[in-house]
Design a protein around this ligand. Structure first.
Ligand code: GTP
Length: 594
């Protein structure tokens, strides 16, 4: 079979290959001499090492459905689902695996089907259903005696959580794999790589990377490298080298990035995993940028862009576009810089949206899980109470009074459950609607509110103005004073603008140090006034407590519905263009879109 290298399916294929049971190669097998159970077993063993033989067995058994027992039919359905996944027929695979959940098949087949469903849902970024399957898997695990099976599912769950950017959860699952099955070097290497990935992301998500933590991670990566070298897993060895490089880059050691990656470039290309190649080019481009070598920055950024054949890993696209934008600006090619800045903003928005969708799916699933657990607890308690009530009635002891008390308890439990669910819903609402750091509207919520307000103004034929602003040279604050200081500045700025805004204005954080305000019932002139007020107040903020002496300023872009129309995207894009022109006009000013 010609296997087309599908980037999205990379982790799925990896799992399909890695969890196939290990068998001794069999030369000529006479299928006619084997019983149905033996045939199923053989197809299972050979499903990835000898796909053609496994497929032949599946077809043969598929022709005699009536002679199969329920368990044998379920086993066959599982193998057919595996074959569909292998052929990228994900819908068919998912539908077969889901139907296996609803019949009375063998528990290990059910368990394995859930494991495969988790990978398939991750592959199509259906986080919500993936998490629901994980909950099912957890509830079945105590009944599974086969350690190898449990280990394989824990690895699948960890990979899922890493893809979902829930790195701490991924680590928790990897920690569950205490006894790694002897001899399975490849599993050891995957476990190690997934653990390092989670640790690296957790570390780099911290705004200030602590040096001793980075050093510890460097040592862990070295250990991971030796595990993967023993397993001769070339792909993973190269992935681990990029983790090293990422750490060096964060630590502003560009020479080490180049020494770690440049000599491996051919090796990296030879594993034919495009995301890894793009990542390597990007890391090299960033290293050269740190060194001030614009020729090589440009060379590797362009290579990254040419190689970036995927839209699934758009984080890489954001990095490349940002570098190219900086390069154009550095060269004084402002027209090109302007275009590239637009492309960079779009790519960044896409990544932000994807990240928020992941977080939302995770929060929703956690909340549903919490509600289910509480409901079960409440019902169990209520059941206990009713059982007590029955025995009491038999004893005929002051039952009316007790019954009243019991009823009140049931009602009380119901109210508590309802209250807890309401509280968790409020928490979830707050989490998705509010930006964690600045406490203004999150980007997603801002867009929803802004759209409603624009629609209303359009219906009522009222004016509306849109502002976008971005802090000036904010990177320097982070670089010179640390991210904690940068965060404190962002909070102050958001708070200051909140106070200038009217109650009906909508202030949101679009991402990073970029904010937007929608001003309903507001003509352009009045909007310019408000923008200037915000700008002045921002520049007047006193940061003595943070040790900052220089004022921090912001550049504002503004447009209104008379100029840009009632489309939110157009309003934001035009205000963003005007903001960019404010940057070109020396920053700390307000520019209107023309
Ligand atoms: N502290 C902190 N920094 C952030 C956050 N989000 C983005 N940043 C940083 O904001 C900086 C933005 O830098 P650039 O896009 O180069 O822009 P700039 O330095 O403000 O320069 P101009 O916009 O051209 O004036 C980067 O260093 C980001 O790491 C955040 O939530 N907290």
């Amino acid at each position: 079979m010609q296997l087309i290298y599908n980037i999205k399916a990379f982790w799925l294929l990896l799992i399909l290959f890695s969890f196939a049971l290990q068998v001794v190669a069999s030369n000529e097998i006479n299928l006619n001499t084997l019983s149905t159970d033996e045939l199923l077993q053989l197809a299972d063993e050979k499903r990835s090492s000898d796909y053609i033989l496994a497929s032949k067995i599946i077809d043969r058994l598929d022709k005699i459905p009536s002679s199969l027992s329920d368990n044998q039919s379920a086993y066959l359905a599982y193998l057919k689902a595996y074959r569909h996944s292998f052929q990228s027929e994900y819908d068919q695979a998912i539908s077969l695996l889901n139907s296996l959940q609803n019949n009375n098949s063998d528990i290990s087949i059910k368990y394995r089907s859930i494991g495969m469903l988790i990978n398939l849902y991750a592959n199509r970024q259906d986080w919500h259903n993936g998490i629901l399957q994980i909950t099912k898997l957890i509830s079945l695990t105590p009944q599974i005696k086969n350690k190898e099976l449990v280990q394989a599912s824990n690895i699948s769950v960890a990979i899922f959580y890493n893809q979902l950017a829930q790195y701490q959860h991924a680590l928790d699952y990897l920690d569950k794999i205490k006894s790694i099955i002897d001899g399975n070097l490849r599993d050891k290497c995957i476990i190690s790589q997934q653990r390092l990935l989670a640790k690296l992301r957790l570390l780099l998500n911290e705004y200030e990377v602590i040096k001793s933590d980075a050093n510890l991670l460097h040592q862990d990566i070295k250990k991971g490298l030796s595990v993967c070298q023993t397993a001769e897993a070339k792909l993973f060895i190269n992935i681990l080298h990029t983790y090293q490089a990422e750490l060096y880059l964060t630590d502003k050691q560009p020479e080490k990035v180049i020494t770690a990656l440049l000599p491996r470039l051919n090796d990296i290309k030879s594993v034919q995993y495009p995301i890894l190649v793009t990542l390597t080019y990007n890391l090299l481009a960033q290293a050269y940028w740190q060194l001030g070598d614009t020729t090589n920055t440009e060379k590797y950024a362009h290579l990254a862009l040419e190689n970036d054949v995927t839209s699934t890993d758009s984080f890489q696209t954001v990095t490349t576009k940002h570098l190219l934008y900086q390069l154009a600006e550095h060269k004084g090619d402002y027209k090109k810089a302007f275009e590239l800045h637009k492309e960079y903003s779009l790519a960044k928005q896409k990544v932000n949206d994807e990240e928020q969708a992941k977080e939302l799916a995770f929060q929703l699933a956690s909340q549903k899980d919490f509600a289910n657990k509480t409901e079960i607890k409440t019902l169990t308690r209520a059941n206990d109470i009713l059982t007590n009530e029955q025995s009491l009635s038999e004893q005929q002891q002051e039952n009316s009074l007790l019954l009243l008390v019991l009823l009140l308890t049931v009602v009380g439990l119901g109210v508590t459950w309802g209250y807890k669910t309401w509280l968790s819903q409020q928490k979830l609402k707050q989490l998705t609607e509010c930006d964690d750091l600045t406490q203004v509207h999150s980007r997603r919520h801002f867009i929803a509110l802004a759209q409603q307000t624009i629609n209303q103004c359009q219906v009522e034929k009222k004016p509306l103005t849109c502002l976008v602003f971005d802090l000036d040279r904010f990177k320097k604050i982070n670089d010179n004073f640390g991210h904690h200081t940068g965060d404190a500045v962002l909070k102050e700025v958001a708070n200051t603008c909140k106070q200038v805004c009217r109650p009906t204005d909508i202030l949101g954080r679009l991402g990073g140090e970029e904010f937007a305000i929608i001003l309903p019932n507001c003509e352009l002139l009045m909007g310019e006034d408000l923008a200037n007020k915000c700008r002045e107040k921002i520049a007047q903020i006193n940061y003595d407590n943070l040790g900052l002496i220089e004022p921090i300023t912001a550049s504002f872009g503004i447009t209104c519905v008379d100029v840009s129309g009632f489309e939110l995207n157009k309003l934001l894009a035009d205000a963003d263009d005007a903001m960019y022109s404010a940057k070109q006009h020396g920053r700390n000013c307000v520019q209107s879109y023309k």
